[in-house]
Design a binder for this molecule. Structure first.
Ligand code: RI2
Length: 324
């Protein structure tokens, strides 16, 4: 039995950075995965079509195994590995490199296009409340500002990793007035917000939105206060496995992100849980904004079927032997 050629340092580094969240955010993770596959395609010393394909699949598996929730990662692998085609190594390499370029171009275009759609929902003088850091959500604000609208933001800090600080920094760079609040102050400040604006890591076929832990509580409070909830999510966030009854795995991260060892020991015998994401049921979401327009969550399944058919392939897995 021959073993697959090893993955390159670029793939190892990208995988490690995704796992530790040096690289984070669903779209950014997808881009990093596609770019790492391109380096693998250029640098692998695989010298036959079969070993080249095996080497690319192995790189795909290494990336796939890093974080389980954001479907943009497997969708990036689907798009790029699924377009690998050819009878020799050169042809396979060229097709893979072409697909990774097309994929990253698509990411840029999708974010720009959905930003226009989201911006149209914001009026001059509006205040948005944000949770975590989402490049798709920020694109909506950026385009609203470009349209000449005056937008303010109430930014939740978003424990445990305080990604709200990144949001606050980037909004200030856009010239947006920012008020930073702790997560538990969100309900208090919802009265001052015209929209809740969040991103997504995955969207399920029923319109459920998987996003940073705390999104669902914010959405329930926003509904109670009559504040509409807008989810900015390009279509690589649509989770095709949910078309066939699978659920989205919620990543559990290390407890040290929320409590240090000494504090834990001082408290005594406790359990600590650190889920990174939660699911907001579709009834709490007003609109999912994509590059193909805005959708009520209940009709996102139509778009999902259009883009993925009835089920999703997994081109990073070893092909199974045909049945005799
Ligand atoms: P964009 C992030 O997850 C946040 O949950 C954010 O809403 C989502 O990715 C989408 O980000 P994490 O990687 O693709 O910080 O919109 O755990 O940038």
């Amino acid at each position: 039995m021959t073993s697959d050629p090893p993955v390159t340092d670029a793939v190892e580094d990208a995988a490690a950075d995704i796992a530790t969240m040096e690289i984070r955010g669903a779209a950014t993770i997808a881009r990093a995965a596609a770019e790492a596959l391109a380096v693998q395609a250029r640098e692998t010393d695989a010298d036959s079509p079969a070993t080249f394909e095996a080497s690319m699949r192995r790189a795909g598996r290494r990336l796939y195994d890093t974080r389980p929730t954001a479907v943009s990662l497997p969708n990036a692998l689907r798009y790029t590995l699924g377009r690998m085609d050819g009878d020799d190594v050169e042809a396979l390499r060229d097709s893979l490199l072409g697909a990774t370029r097309a994929f990253t171009d698509r990411l840029d275009r999708a974010q720009r296009d959905l930003g226009q759609v989201g911006a149209n929902r914001l009026r001059d003088g509006d205040t948005v409340m944000t949770h975590c850091h989402s490049t798709d959500a920020l694109s909506c604000v950026e385009h609203a500002v470009e349209q000449g609208k005056d937008i303010s933001a109430i930014v939740k800090e978003t424990r445990p990793r305080n990604q709200g600080h990144i949001t606050a920094t980037e909004l200030r760079e856009l010239g947006v007035d920012v008020t930073l609040v702790v997560d538990s102050a969100a309900r208090r400040y919802l009265d001052d917000a015209d929209h809740v604006l969040v991103g997504a890591d995955s969207i399920a076929a029923d319109g459920g939105v998987v996003n940073k832990i705390g999104t669902s509580g914010l959405a329930v409070n926003a509904r109670e206060r009559g504040v509409p909830i807008m989810v900015a999510a390009q279509t690589i966030k649509l989770h095709p496995d949910t078309l066939t009854g699978h659920t989205v795995e919620i990543e559990m991260r290390d407890e040290t992100e929320i409590i240090d060892a000494d504090t834990r020991a001082d408290i005594g015998d406790i359990e600590v849980r650190n889920p990174a994401f939660d699911v907001t049921p579709p009834r709490y979401v007003d609109a999912i904004v994509t590059e193909s327009g805005q959708f009520p969550p209940e009709s996102i399944v139509t778009l999902m079927r259009e883009l993925f058919g009835e089920s999703a392939d997994r081109p990073w897995e070893e092909p199974t032997e045909p049945q005799q």
